[in-house]
Structure formats: structure tokens, C-alpha cells
Design a protein around this ligand. Structure first.
Ligand SMILES: [Fe+2]
Length: 464
């Protein structure tokens, strides 16, 4: 099912690299190459000084094939591996574990991978698939995000059942919300800081193609709202506001021939009330594609949505930060480009999710960047329209930034930004800590990882 970052890879890689993805695969080399050891290391070396008030764990997930792949299309194939960096009393420790999915257990039984890839599925050899195993042709690798809600840590693959992890990162097993989640969930659920609810959705090949769901703050699915659409749209992410959830139905459509880009459909936007009541409000525009949203909020009958816009699912205009303003009274939409830097993986202070935020952060291209790599982090000020950039220097590649609030923070962005930084020259990684607002300053600290942490996808900060 999952087709997650297909277009992301297509947009950020050169076409040549994508075409040659299987021979030899650039996403099995350098900063993307998998690691196979599962470490538990205390007292990491720190350059600079870690603020003692930072207490908690940064969890991050990503593709990390445990066995040489038969076919590999980064980043939607590859077993999930979660990396955890824990801060306590100014000391820092590191631990990483594979997400031990049913598919990976079958692979281990066989001593090799028995699965293909999203683009080249293989029916797994039933001799190695136990009764509780993963018989599907696409392995649920649980590699895209790792979130914590209602006391559970979930490793998630797009539109599939998540796996629950213990705080030690050991895999507890599939988690189906007490039997209420039969089909799957987005890898980008949203946690409302005001209500404690987790909002999510799933798309599917059969009607209803789209369903919106609400998990209450205690972790129970309490609302399940089918949304009537005329086709199966690939939807990777969404946004919410105080009263609404917003889905961008970009024309990446699943049909008999698989996934296709159908720009003649245009992009449609569905706005529904969070409580599931009332009619869907529809907005129409020309075709574009969105993987990731920064945030959204509503005021005076308008919904502001900040997001990274791709010109198309494959190719097209490079991903950049845009804003769409949806006028609920007139059903009209106005889009404006906010920045002309190429970037992706935008994040905000999670305390501002669903409400107006002044700041947002995203990796952006720096001079000389290669393949899917980014060399800089931009801090965007939505109030002034100005941005500041921290470039990490030649040969250094960053990942998604996460915001870490200062304990007891009263104002937005009172805290730090963390991101892994891979250094091509040393083939090593650090976890860099930047001042969240004065991002251009030298890092406050760089934590030297015991060995390279491969480039990954999404993660979150868990306060102690
Ligand atoms: Fe994503």
C-alpha cells in the first residue's frame, strides 16, 4: 500500500540516480548506507556544552535494510530502525534498534530477505512466514515515523498497522488500538496540544478511499469518519486547526496500473469539521503535489496552510515553502510562495500545532549538495517573512530538524533545534543542537555519535 516518499525521492534525487536506483544503489552508500549493529552507549563525547535543562529523548526512525535488498527504492523500502539519543543531567546516551516487524522476523528465519520492494513486490516464501507473520507482497517495515501518544511509542509505515515499541526500543508487536484499527494509519498523525487528541487518517484502494479518525487523549479511537472521494489518492500528510482537518487531494492516484500522476484532475482540498459533522467543504486549484505540511491555523473564516509544494509527483518544480489561504465563506483559495529555497521536512514547535506559529524550520539545499541531501537548516519567520540559515559546511548533510522546548517554556520557540549531521569526510555523524531562533550562531553543542547514524525520515522529541 505504502507509496510514501516516492515523489520525494523523485524530486530530490537526480533523475539519473533514480533511474539507476538498483545498480548500484546510491541510497545504500555514504550517509544513506544501513548500519547493522544495535548499540547502547552511555556518556557520549560532546563538543561544546549540552544545556543541563535538556531532559528527554530524541527518537528518530528511518529505512535501514537488515539484509542486502533484492530491490531497494529509498526511502520507502528498508526495515525501520529507531535511533534514540537520551539527555539526563547534562549527560547523553545513544541506543538504536531495528523495529522487529513480522516481515523482519521472517527474513531472519530465512537468513536473507524474502521480500521485494514497493516497486518490485515479491510474494514471500511461506516456509518462513509464521502464522502471525507478514504474508503481504509489500513488507510493513514500520520505517517512516516514530511518535508517542497516550503512553505508547509507535513506529509507523504509511497506511499500515503501527508497531509499538518499549521505551528501551524493543518491539512489543503490532498495535491495533484494541482491535479498532483494521486497515492502517498515516505515518503523520497529528497531536493536538490543546486537547491531547491524536488525529489521523488512512487512504485505501477500495471505497471509502479515505477515512479520518480521532484518538482521544487516553489512546482510544473515538471517531471514524469516511470521506467520499472518487478515487484512491495517495495522501502522505495532512493538517488540522482548532475546528477543522484539511486534506490535500493532489492528483497522485492509485488505479489498476498502480500509482499515476493525473494533472488534469487538478488538486482538490477537502476541509471537514474535526467532529465529523457537516458537509465536506471542497476547494479546487491547479495540480501540484504535497508531501509535508508545516502547520495550519484558522482565523476570521479563513484557514492558513503552510506546506512544501512540489510541482508534480515526479519532477516538476522543486519543493519550496508555500502558503494556501482557504476562504470558507467563498470557497476560494489563494496560494503564495513564501521562500525560494529548495527544502523539505518542515517542522514547528509542537505546542503551536494547529494554531498560529511564528517560526518554522526546514532543511534546505546548500551549495554543492548532492542527491537527496540537504546541507543547511532554515528558520523561517512567518511574521516578518524573513529567514535565517545555518549552513553546516562542505560535505556535511542534515536531516529533519526537531524542536526541543525549554522546560517550562512560556513563549514559542524558547528552546533548541536538533538535527543529525553526517560528515562525508569522516563517514561519521553528530547530533547538532542549535539555538532555535538565532539559528545562524555556531551550534551550542555537537554530540559525537558512536558511529554514523544513517539519514532517516521522521522523529520526535519526548520530554522526560
Ligand atoms: Fe513524511
Amino acid at each position: 500500500m505504502l507509496a510514501g516518499h516516492l515523489g520525494l525521492a523523485g524530486s530530490l534525487m537526480s533523475r539519473r540516480a533514480f533511474a539507476q536506483a538498483d545498480k548500484p544503489n546510491p541510497f545504500l552508500k555514504g550517509g544513506f548506507a544501513p548500519v547493522h549493529d544495535e548499540l547502547d552507549v552511555a556518556g557520549l563525547v560532546v563538543r561544546g556544552e549540552v544545556p543541563r535543562e535538556i531532559a528527554g529523548t530524541y527518537l528518530r526512525n528511518g529505512p535501514n535494510p537488515a539484509y542486502p535488498p533484492i530491490s531497494y527504492n529509498y526511502p520507502f523500502d528498508g526495515d525501520g530502525m529507531v535511533h534514540a539519543v537520551t539527555f539526563a543531567d547534562g549527560k547523553v546516551g545513544y541506543r538504536n534498534r531495528f523495529v522487529l516487524t513480522a516481515g523482519l522476523r521472517a527474513d531472519r528465519r530465512a537468513g536473507r530477505t524474502i521480500y521485494g520492494s514497493l516497486l518490485r513486490p515479491i510474494t514471500p516464501d511461506p516456509r518462513y512466514v509464521p502464522p502471525d507473520g507478514d504474508p503481504s507482497r509489500i513488507k510493513n517495515v514500520a520505517n517512516t515515523n516514530v511518535v508517542s501518544h497516550a503512553g505508547r511509542i509507535l513506529a509507523i509505515y504509511e497506511s499500515d498497522i503501527p508497531y509499538e515499541l518499549a521505551p528501551t526500543l524493543e518491539t512489543k508487536g503490532r498495535y491495533d488500538f484494541a482491535g479498532k484499527l483494521q486497515d492502517g494509519m498515516t505515518a503523520h498523525p497529528k497531536i493536538d496540544p490543546a486537547s491531547g487528541e491524536m488525529l489521523m487518517f488512512r487512504y485505501w484502494f477500495r471505497p471509502p478511499f479515505l477515512a479520518y479518525r480521532v484518538v482521544d487523549k487516553a489512546g482510544a479511537i473515538v471517531r471514524d469518519v469516511p470521506i467520499d472521494t472518487d478515487a484512491s489518492f495517495m495522501i502522505h500528510d495532512f493538517v488540522f486547526t482548532r475546528d477543522h482537518v484539511v486534506f490535500f487531494l493532489c492528483p497522485a492516484v492509485f488505479g489498476d496500473a498502480g500509482l499515476s500522476w493525473q494533472p488534469e484532475r487538478g488538486t482538490r482540498i477537502a476541509v471537514i469539521r474535526r467532529d465529523g459533522t457537516g458537509d465536506v467543504r471542497w476547494f479546487s486549484d491547479e495540480a501540484f503535489f504535497v508531501f509535508h505540511f508545516m502547520n495550519a491555523h484558522e482565523a476570521d473564516g479563513r484557514i492558513n496552510v503552510d506546506y512544501v509544494q512540489h510541482g508534480a509527483l515526479f519532477g516538476g518544480a522543486s519543493p519550496m515553502l508555500w502558503r494556501a489561504v482557504l476562504d470558507l465563506a467563498t470557497s476560494s483559495i489563494r496560494r503564495t510562495q513564501l521562500d525560494d529555497r529548495i527544502g523539505e521536512f518542515p517542522r514547528v514547535d509542537p505546542a503551536r500545532a494547529g494554531s498560529a506559529n511564528r517560526y518554522g524550520w526546514l532543511p534546505v539545499k546548500a551549495k554543492g549538495d548532492d542527491l537527496g541531501a540537504f546541507g543547511a537548516i532554515a528558520r523561517y519567520d512567518l511574521q516578518t517573512g524573513r529567514s535565517a540559515v545555518h549552513e553546516f559546511g562542505a560535505g556535511r548533510e542534515v536531516d529533519e530538524p526537531v524542536f526541543v522546548p525549554r522546560a517550562g517554556a512560556r513563549s514559542e520557540s524558547d528552546g533548541w533545534i536538533m538535527t543529525y549531521v553526517y560528515d562525508r569526510a569522516t563517514d561519521g555523524s553528530v547530533l547538532a543542537i542549535l539555538d532555535a531562533v538565532d539559528i545562524e550562531k555556531p551550534p551550542i553543542a555537537e554530540i559525537v555519535m558512536p558511529r554514523r547514524v544513517p539519514h532517516g525520515l521522521h522523529g520526535n522529541w519526548l520530554p522526560a
